[in-house]
Design a binder for this molecule. Structure first.
Ligand code: PMP
Length: 352
């Protein structure tokens, strides 16, 4: 019997998230959070929510948030699905839209949650290698498939894919759903949301965790054709009739309303990224082109793992992936604020 249970447990492969250290005063550049806090209007909205309505159940349809997201993107409310972070939204996407006879396709170097969902939901998949420049090559996806998913910009490489390439894929691949995971799109990558009206088989996911600085609130959403959204709703209704809580809905609406703060902080991240890239290149690093709030870089003379542990000794944490071997020399570094950036540069200079 115990062998039976051991087998059951070991067939489930959980997602292993980046470390959330307990120590104070670390320069935390390992999980792509936003270095700037959320909009002050979000804090005010959360305080109002706490004072006025916390005793009441949330709206099971999150209708105010869906309306706000629809308006923001020029869509209808029935084209919006919301969930507890885009990880949960993606869980529903995998279950509702990506399980077919033919394999799901996604890049071989990408968000490491995708294989976990495939394992959990029994979805067969094939990975498609990135090209020699670590880019997603659309031609390699033009084969029979049961769905396609990739982040844009890709993670952990940060490399953006041009909208024209996504459109080319949508035109050539009409028999399955194409999911573009735009977790980091606001940091200088073109969004595919503008293609939704033309392509009913396109679904785009977004998160409030990065450009809206609300990782702790857990809000994400998907936008697409109303029929795709209907499929997601059917999965959701089977599990949890309250998608997100009152804080999450109120905070997310307030964040969307403060466009000026959003623009200012995302531009700040983009500007700091340019400085970081230039400084790293100056020290001999190869830095992949980034359309995200992180960069992916390697040094020809210093192994990624050693650099990561050297930084850690100086209380700076960045992300290092041991596998696959092709990226084992890279570090994924979140773009922090100017002070964090400076601390990082100083520490790297002392190591190399
Ligand atoms: N997609 C990608 C590519 C990510 O890197 C992340 C963050 N780990 C997510 C989705 C999920 O983000 P969240 O659940 O915070 O919305």
């Amino acid at each position: 019997m115990s062998q039976f249970w051991s087998q059951v447990v070991h067939t489930l492969t959980p997602y292993v998230p980046g470390e959330q250290p307990k120590l104070q005063n670390l320069v935390k550049l390992n999980t792509n959070e936003n270095p700037y806090g959320p909009s002050p209007k979000v804090i005010a909205a959360l305080q109002r929510e706490a004072a006025d309505t916390l005793r009441l159940y949330p709206d099971p349809n999150s209708s105010h948030l869906k309306a706000a997201i629809a308006e923001y993107h020029g869509l209808q409310a029935n084209q919006v699905f919301v969930g507890n972070g885009s990880d949960e939204v993606l869980a529903h996407v995998f279950q509702a839209l990506l399980k077919h006879e033919l394999p799901l396709l996604y890049p071989d170097i990408t968000y490491s949650f995708y294989p976990v969902y495939c394992g959990l939901y029994g979805i067969q998949y094939q990975t498609v290698p990135l090209n020699a420049s670590f880019e997603i090559a659309i031609d390699d996806y033009l084969r029979p498939n049961g769905g396609i998913i990739f982040p844009n910009p890709n993670a952990p490489t940060g490399i953006p894919l041009a909208l024209s390439e996504i459109e080319r894929l949508l035109q050539a691949n009409t028999q399955s759903v194409v999911v573009v995971d735009e977790a980091y799109v606001d940091f200088g990558t073109e969004s595919a949301v503008s293609l939704i009206a033309q392509y009913p088989h396109l679904l785009v996911t977004h998160t409030y965790s990065k450009s809206r600085s609300l990782a702790g609130l857990r809000v994400g959403y998907a936008v697409g054709n109303a029929l795709l959204i209907e499929a997601l709703m059917r999965v959701k209704d089977s599990f949890n009739s309250y998608p997100i809580d009152r804080f999450a809905e109120a905070g997310a609406i307030a964040a969307l309303e403060d466009e000026a703060y959003f623009q200012q902080t995302r531009q700040q991240v983009i500007a700091t990224r340019s400085i970081l890239v230039a400084e790293l290149q100056d020290m001999g690093f190869e830095v992949l082109p980034s359309g995200a709030n992180f960069i992916f870089a390697r040094h020809p003379a210093h192994a990624g793992e050693q650099l990561a542990s050297g930084l850690r000794e100086q209380a700076i944490i960045v992300r290092h992936f041991k596998k696959p071997a092709r990226i084992a020399d890279f570090l994924r570094i979140t773009v922090g604020d100017e002070m964090q950036n400076q601390a990082l540069i100083t520490a790297i200079r002392s190591i190399i």
